[in-house]
Design a protein. Structure first.
Length: 253
């Protein structure tokens, strides 16, 4: 087997949550390009249909399932749907997430909980649901954030807490499942990539952050997706419990 063959995902089945926009679309497309059959999940059925059609137009195999990761029953149903459609489940990408920017003195319990319910709790419910079906050699990748490691001037307590929690969750699930079940669990902490979240920033905000980027630009989605494919593939077969930061050096300045 060649080194490049280690990156191939032929015959594998992946679920990508939050796959209706941004990095989620790039993740699903990259996994399909590497040979995986992909189940795209999110709450917006129309956007999911567009992403699935794009993958199929490129020769990939993909289906969509509407799901709400903050609901454990919805997560369980999503895992079952993947098993019923493809007969196996090898990869979970916990990408679903929402942002917030409320001052800590004014953020309501409902606002804080809504972010934790999707970003952190949802990843746990999905891992639980999929872990029951996964066989040895499977892989879970949690999508954290550079803001779990540093700050960037906005009041984002709920978001940063949820993304930092994902790093701890990653380590613990790796400790529980890699040795006993053969499921590797890792995380990616992206920096600034084009997304619906970055589209909502005030004009000039991203420009103000470039002085902290050793590579002074936003990332390309393909750069993050390539790391995801590696973590999901046999090429990363000796990697578990790790958080891979993809931020152009932002977090070390």
């Amino acid at each position: 087997m060649s080194v490049l063959d280690l990156f191939r995902l032929s015959g594998r089945v992946a679920i990508v949550t939050g796959a209706s926009s941004g990095l989620g679309v790039a993740f699903a497309g990259a996994l399909a390009e590497a040979g995986a059959s992909v189940v795209l999940a999110a709450r917006r059925a129309d956007r999911l249909a567009e992403a699935v059609a794009s993958i199929q137009a490129g020769g990939g195999q993909a289906v969509s399932v509407t799901a709400d990761v903050s609901d454990p029953d919805s997560c369980a149903a999503l895992a079952v749907a993947a098993m019923e459609r493809f007969g196996r489940l090898d990869i979970l990408v916990n990408n679903a997430g929402i942002g917030s920017a409320y001052p800590a003195s004014r953020e309501t319990p409902e606002q804080f909980r809504s972010v934790i319910d999707v970003n952190l709790n949802g990843a746990y419910w999905m891992a639980q649901a999929c872990g029951r079906h996964m066989q040895p050699g499977s892989s879970i990748v949690n999508i954290s954030s550079v803001l779990a490691l540093t700050t960037a001037g906005l009041p984002q307590a709920a978001y940063t807490a949820s993304k930092a929690g994902l790093i701890g969750l990653t380590r613990d699930l790796a400790n529980q499942w890699t040795g006993r079940k053969g499921i590797r669990v890792n995380a990616i902490a992206p920096g600034y990539f084009p997304s619906e979240m970055t589209d909502q920033y005030q004009p000039g905000y991203l420009d103000s952050l470039r002085s902290r980027m050793l590579i002074p630009r936003m990332g390309n989605p393909e750069e993050c997706a390539a790391t995801l494919v590696w973590l999901c593939s046999p090429a990363a077969g000796y990697v578990t419990g790790q958080t891979i930061v993809i931020d152009g050096g932002f977090s070390i300045t």
